[in-house]
Design a protein around this ligand. Structure first.
Ligand SMILES: [Zn+2]
Length: 212
């Protein structure tokens, strides 16, 4: 069975809850549509969300269906506009990513999997109020050429071609932040060099391709 975009969003909203990435009504997700975006609703607990709860918006935020969109729809629209390869987005206030974001620190290359986001580190975006155009600008700047970033005193955001891949990347970022903060709390983590991370990025780009 092929899931419709609203069905996918309802399933991921539930997975965000059961995985522990989101609690209560924090966090949100979206899917790119041909000429707009489909986002999770504002202030609806995930256990009450259904495919019908999802809200369709034009690129500039005009509602095309009933319901109130997440107050953070602006960041989603900005990411789709900036990155053509973004097909879906997951945003969380998950505990360890937020803990590092409160310190306003980037996640350095303490583990090779940091390259999963597409670069040598996962940057932390500057603080701006939730839902503001300034926050969208800060997130776009922190993403740079990567697919995930932390958000100061707020949480994190990840995008990918598909919603399942965006969820997997968000889960990866949360796990990495947990590992990094545990290591930091008992010692000084070794950080991989730029050369070592370039090597990992090269290996990731070849991963799964047939050997010539
Ligand atoms: Zn948020």
């Amino acid at each position: 069975m092929i899931e419709s975009p609203p069905q996918q969003l309802a399933r991921i909203a539930e997975q965000l809850q059961t995985s522990g990435l989101n609690a209560g009504t924090s966090g949100n997700a979206s899917i790119r549509l041909v000429d707009g975006l489909l986002v999770t609703p504002s202030a609806v607990p995930p256990d009450r969300m259904t495919p019908e709860s999802m809200v369709e918006l034009s690129h500039d935020g005009q509602p095309r269906s009933a319901g109130v969109p997440t107050s953070e729809w602006r960041i989603h629209a900005a990411i789709y506009q900036q990155f053509p390869e973004a097909g879906a987005i997951v945003h969380t206030h998950s505990t360890y990513a937020t803990a590092l974001a409160v310190l306003r620190e980037d996640l350095p290359a303490f583990h090779y999997q940091v390259a999963k986001a597409g670069g040598h580190l996962i940057a932390c975006a500057e603080y701006a109020p939730f839902g503001s155009p300034e926050l969208s600008d800060a997130v776009i700047a922190a993403l740079g050429n990567r697919r995930a970033c932390l958000m100061a005193n707020h949480g994190m955001i990840a995008y990918a071609p598909t919603l399942d891949a965006a969820f997997a990347l968000a889960l990866e970022v949360e796990t990495l932040c947990q590992q990094y903060l545990i290591a930091r709390s008992v010692g000084r983590p070794h950080i991989l060099s730029a050369e070592q991370m370039d090597d990992v990025l090269e290996r990731f780009s070849q991963y799964g391709k047939p050997t010539p």
